[in-house]
Design a protein around this ligand. Structure first.
Ligand code: GDD
Ligand code: MG
Length: 339
């Protein structure tokens, strides 16, 4: 369903600490997933719902983001970059874009892979007259997320960030996607670090603002790509067609020896070279320019651009950074290799 709201703000200024050392080289929003930058999945979701005016609240490695995403036309959106002068936190970054806000807007954490009907979420926001509508997700393990407890009408009762258990057993967590009324940035103090989760949201609740949780009736795949484990898991899920409009592919320019075996699902980028005797897959994404030498075995792995796997290596549950090399005959399980 098309969204009646056309503007979004994406929070992409975090340091991606839990994905280090991969995020020393590039911001989390640019880590490759099926050979596309992580943020491209949010941009595509927004474009699919007609939300084409997209503000990126950037900070850490802003230049890399601008270089990779440009004006956004590759994803059918129009990007505007606004940079935190110093890390402003999730709410401070919203304050920093205040001058560009002229109506209700979608706000999203910038590390999500989400397939959701944004039209239903933005319509629910307009109908309820909420100050903020929180798109909620039911999960089994709430520990990595913000618990949001609501009454039977969806009105928010409490925010409890990163708890062990939900005593109500509803387990509805903050998906990282919100619809906000245009007066929200005015509630945030200027020029200093301020958090949505621990300051803005509880403060608005305390002040009596109408805050509503919304569990979309048709929710598809959702992942927060915050850790190595969730990064590898999301790659596996997408390769396994968790989102119907996302597909891995094998580039026509890839040079794959007829004596290599490929076990789908895999995604293989441009100019990749795979030598004889290699066994690739399942669940492997290989970015452009990688070289896999004779007799290597790779499963559940992500290779960034121009990585080189020397002969006879074995890789599982592993990420190899851009231009990194694994020495001949080496074995890597559950590793991040960055050189
Ligand atoms: N511009 C800017 N400036 N962006 C920031 C800053 C900042 O100072 N700090 C963090 N961000 C961005 C990150 O880049 C990320 O995209 C987003 O804000 C959320 O930060 P995370 O560090 O990924 O938060 P989290 O995963 O621990 O928890 C958040 O997301 C969960 C759902 O994915 C919370 O919102 C939880 O309540 C929520 O459940
Ligand atoms: Mg996150």
């Amino acid at each position: 369903m098309k969204s009646p709201i056309r503007k979004a703000v994406l929070l992409v200024g975090g340091k991606g600490t839990r994905l280090r050392p991969l995020t020393l080289e590039r911001p989390k929003a640019l880590v490759p997933l099926l050979n596309q930058p992580l943020l491209s999945y949010e941009l595509s979701l927004l474009a699919r719902h007609g939300i084409t005016d997209v503000i990126l609240a950037v900070g850490y490695r802003a230049d890399a983001l601008k270089a990779a995403l440009g004006d956004g036309s590759a994803w059918n959106v129009r990007l505007t970059y606004v940079e935190d002068p110093s890390p402003l936190g999730t709410a401070g970054a919203l304050k920093n874009v205040e001058s560009l806000i002229d109506g209700p807007f979608v706000a999203m954490n910038g590390d999500l892979v989400y397939d959701v009907d944004l039209g239903s979420v933005t319509r629910a926001h307009i109908e309820s007259g909420a100050t903020i509508t929180f798109c909620l997700r039911r999960v089994e393990d709430i520990r990595r997320f913000g618990l949001i407890q609501c009454d039977d009408n969806g009105r928010v009762l409490a925010f409890k960030e990163k708890q062990e258990v939900d005593e109500t057993r509803r387990n509805t967590v903050n998906s990282g996607l919100y619809v906000m009324s245009p007066d929200v940035p005015a509630q945030i103090p200027p020029g200093r670090e301020f958090s949505n989760e621990t300051q803005l949201f509880p403060g608005l609740l305390e002040a009596g603002h109408p805050l509503f949780g919304f569990v979309p009736p048709h929710q598809g795949y959702w992942a927060d790509v915050g850790t190595l484990e969730s990064y590898l898991q999301t790659s596996r899920d997408l390769l396994g067609s968790a989102i119907p409009w996302v597909r891995g592919s094998i580039a026509a320019s890839a040079d794959i020896s007829p004596e290599a075996s490929i076990h789908p699902p895999v995604c293989i980028g441009d100019d990749v070279n795979i030598a004889a005797g290699s066994v690739i897959g399942p669940n492997v994404a290989i970015s452009r320019g990688c070289r896999i030498e004779n007799g290597s075995r790779i499963r559940n792995a992500i290779l960034w651009e121009d990585a080189q796997i020397q002969a006879g290596c074995e890789l599982a549950d592993t990420v190899v950074g851009a231009r990194s090399t694994t020495p001949e005959g080496s074995r890597h399980v559950g590793e991040v290799i960055v050189q």
